[in-house]
Design a protein around this ligand. Structure first.
Ligand SMILES: NC(=O)C1=CN([C@@H]2O[C@H](COP(=O)(O)OP(=O)(O)OC[C@H]3O[C@@H](n4cnc5c(N)ncnc54)[C@H](OP(=O)(O)O)[C@@H]3O)[C@@H](O)[C@H]2O)C=CC1
Ligand SMILES: CC(C)(CO)C(=O)C(=O)O
Length: 327
């Protein structure tokens, strides 16, 4: 099948390059000018694995307005806050035959995708696959080949022929897809995962493997998992895992699959970009309030991450000068 990846950042490049390596036809579409221009200038994207064996992979990349392809499947990997613009700019090449797969972190994307695609065509997924965009045109695949895995579910919860075809091609690309029939439970299980690992590693600027070595890792993780599960139970969402399994997944991915990974939220903070925390811890808190439950730890962490975003972009020199001048 022919794929178009909308959002050729870290994860879009990972999925697209792996599918291309497996022999499938892939185009990339991005709105970030340095990314598209650098990849054109270099005649490809530099791809390494755990920082080693850098190779130049030729890829076709376009701005949305220049793309003339006719893809069967769209793979969407923007940040939550960048999705609306991407969809709007790409809508000229959407049609009702296309299927959409998105394994973005957080919640909020499905409603936006449904403004353009019926739920029969939408597959939501989650990726336990760490990837880092070093700079425009240069991406690092974290973990050994085939080490990560993903879950995927139809929004209708009824897999059709096309679903099995997509899952099969993702399998050929070494993405280790696991097809489930619990849409919200699948997506929310990853939100819970990210609400622990992304947020805490970002706050303390540590890798997943460092976090999990700490004596307090399980105490912190279990508290956040418990609150998130309390919210989901009230909202009638049956998560894919039990509370214990969720913590075991965090342990396994941090120790075995991705110990060297700085979660994507940390990457955002370090590049002085906004984070997705409102769509992760913030989503859990906001969902809880609809059921008269306050997930206070999630709200507190959300605000700490916002403080960190603020501190990262705050112009300290000008502030000190202005304070000194008024004295
Ligand atoms: N990285 C990871 O390990 C994982 C990430 N995810 C999730 O996947 C989704 C995509 O994340 P990811 O691929 O990491 O995101 P990236 O930030 O690497 O890329 C997303 C988009 O952001 C824009 N962009 C990237 N870098 C910059 C920059 N320095 N300045 C301005 N714009 C930039 C790009 O274009 P444009 O402006 O067109 O959007 C890009 O397509 C998110 O929901 C994330 O949480 C899920 C699992 C793992
Ligand atoms: C931690 C990870 C890779 C999941 O394993 C992730 O979702 C992220 O970096 O945002």
């Amino acid at each position: 099948m022919k794929y178009a990846v909308l959002g050729a950042g870290a994860m879009g490049l990972r999925y697209g390059v792996l599918l291309q390596d497996a022999g499938y036809d892939v185009d990339f579409v991005d709105t970030w000018e340095p990314q598209v221009n650098t990849i054109h200038e270099q005649n490809g994207v530099y791809v390494s694995r755990d920082g080693q064996n850098k190779r130049l992979v030729p890829v076709n990349i376009y701005f949305p307005e220049d793309y003339e392809g006719d893809p069967d499947v769209l793979i969407i990997f923007t940040k939550q806050y960048g999705l609306a613009e991407m969809l709007q700019r790409c809508s000229r090449f959407f049609n009702d035959r296309q299927y959409v797969v998105s394994c973005m972190n957080g919640m909020g994307h499905i409603e936006k995708i449904n403004q353009y695609f019926d739920k029969e065509k939408v597959l939501g997924g989650t990726a336990l696959i760490g990837t880092v965009l070093n700079q425009a045109g240069d991406v690092d695949f974290i973990g050994k080949s085939g080490a990560g895995s993903m879950n995927i579910a139809n929004q209708t919860e009824i897999p059709d022929e096309m679903t099995h075809k997509i899952v099969n091609e993702f399998q050929q690309a070494n993405l280790n897809p696991n097809l489930t029939t619990n849409f919200l439970g699948t997506l929310m299980a990853k939100v819970v995962f990210n609400s622990v690992i992304n947020t805490l590693c970002t706050m303390f600027k540590i890798r997943m493997g460092e976090f999990i070595q700490s004596d307090v890792a399980s105490k912190l993780g279990v508290q956040l998992i418990d609150e998130a599960f309390d919210v989901c139970e009230r909202a009638g969402i049956t998560l894919l895992n039990t509370r214990e399994e969720e913590w075991q997944t965090i342990q396994y991915v941090s120790e075995v699959t991705n110990p060297l990974h700085f979660p994507s939220m940390y990457q955002d903070i370090s590049k002085q970009r906004p984070t997705e925390v409102d769509y992760i811890n913030g989503y859990i808190y906001d969902l809880g309030t609809q059921y008269h439950y306050e997930a206070k730890t999630h709200d507190f962490l959300r605000n700490l991450v916002h403080l960190s975003e603020f501190a990262g972009t705050f112009d300290v020199d000008s502030y000190i000068k202005s304070v000194v001048a008024t004295k």
